[in-house]
Write a protein that binds this ligand. Structure first.
Ligand SMILES: NC(=O)c1ccc[n+]([C@@H]2O[C@H](COP(=O)([O-])OP(=O)(O)OC[C@H]3O[C@@H](n4cnc5c(N)ncnc54)[C@H](OP(=O)(O)O)[C@@H]3O)[C@@H](O)[C@H]2O)c1
Length: 283
């Protein structure tokens, strides 16, 4: 399996010269190449990262095979990029569906790519960050198991963004130390992505917000024009679909084209073996 192979450098096919050059270590520079991000400030830089098959499937929706690893083939270079993007983020946001599909996950750089833990830590420190990125879980219903590692391990600070009804439901469980619950939505309603974002950005020093999905949460962020850049790994796999199997694409639950199409601009392309690492600007 590719996760046991040594990490190989990405080959840059298209790179831009806009933005601020980040102080990657020599090892990360060798593996990823140079890395620029827009100057972080106010409003914060919101970016997303997904992996998709050639036919646009982001989850196989099959028991034990619902998470992103099955899409990338557990690709080590994809893990390296995921770790890098988490390392530069102050906050990583996911919806409850993504947590349910990968319930043992914690959204830190070293959790996804442990072999580069010290490189990521060095980068975070150089960017002025202290500790891991805050993990934000969006759940209108509040149907979350607070015994899962993301909440109970104490390894990350967690903010749950929910509704008043969701907060009431969560209060029936013991709230672990380091988990904060913020009720900002009406009961039963979808919480506007802009409200999620401003709640998250009330935390001092939050300048870079990474949305790792899933498709329904990301759709809300696109609907409100909040996503500046999309990182997208293209894995050379055809997953297939049949009517009603629920296999999602990267954005679900909202329709944009043809009335309101969202066109991105391709700003970066890197090749890692048979995978392509794409980056689009929606600014
Ligand atoms: N390939 C990839 O890169 C990638 C990346 C991420 C996820 N995925 C896959 O995508 C699948 C999950 O898809 P999904 O669309 O269900 O994921 P999701 O967006 O993470 O979860 C949807 C749930 O999150 C909550 N939520 C989302 N937006 C909300 C909002 N604006 N306000 C309040 N609550 C909100 C709701 O939870 P409540 O029902 O609790 O209210 C909603 O039912 C998984 O299989 C996962 O592995 C793949």
């Amino acid at each position: 399996m590719s996760q046991f192979r040594p990490l190989m450098p990405l080959k840059a096919l298209l790179t831009g010269d806009k933005g601020v050059l980040l102080p990657l270590s020599a090892k990360l520079t060798r593996l990823y190449g140079s890395f620029r991000l827009p100057k972080a400030g106010s409003p914060p830089y919101v970016f997303s990262n997904f992996v998709t098959t050639l036919d646009g499937v982001v989850s196989l929706r099959t028991r034990g095979h619902a998470a992103g690893g099955d899409i990338s083939g557990f690709n080590a270079q994809d893990r390296m990029v995921m770790g890098l993007l988490r390392a530069v983020a102050d906050v990583v946001i996911v919806g409850s569906g993504t947590l349910a599909a990968d319930s043992q996950q914690i959204w830190t750089p070293e959790a996804i790519c442990p072999e580069l833990a010290s490189e990521y830590a060095h980068l975070r420190k150089a960017l002025g960050g202290s500790g891991p990125p805050i993990n934000v879980i969006a759940s209108g219903s509040g149907s979350l198991n607070l015994r899962l590692p993301v909440f109970s391990s104490g390894r990350v600070p967690v903010v749950i963004i929910t509704t008043t009804a969701g907060a009431k439901r969560l209060a029936r469980q013991r709230i672990p130390a380091g988990v904060e619950i913020r009720a900002i939505g009406r009961s039963g309603a979808e919480i506007a992505a802009s409200a999620i974002c401003s709640e998250v950005c009330r935390v001092r020093g939050v300048k870079r917000v990474l949305v790792e999905g899933g498709p329904r949460l990301l759709a809300d962020f696109y609907k409100q024009g909040l996503v500046s850049e999309q990182f997208l790994t293209l894995a050379p796999q055809i997953a297939g679909r049949v009517e009603g199997d629920g296999r999602p694409g990267m954005v679900m639950g909202k329709v944009f084209a043809p009335r309101n199409p969202l066109w991105g601009k391709l700003i970066d392309v890197r090749q890692g073996g048979t995978l392509l690492f794409l980056r689009y600007s929606f600014a």
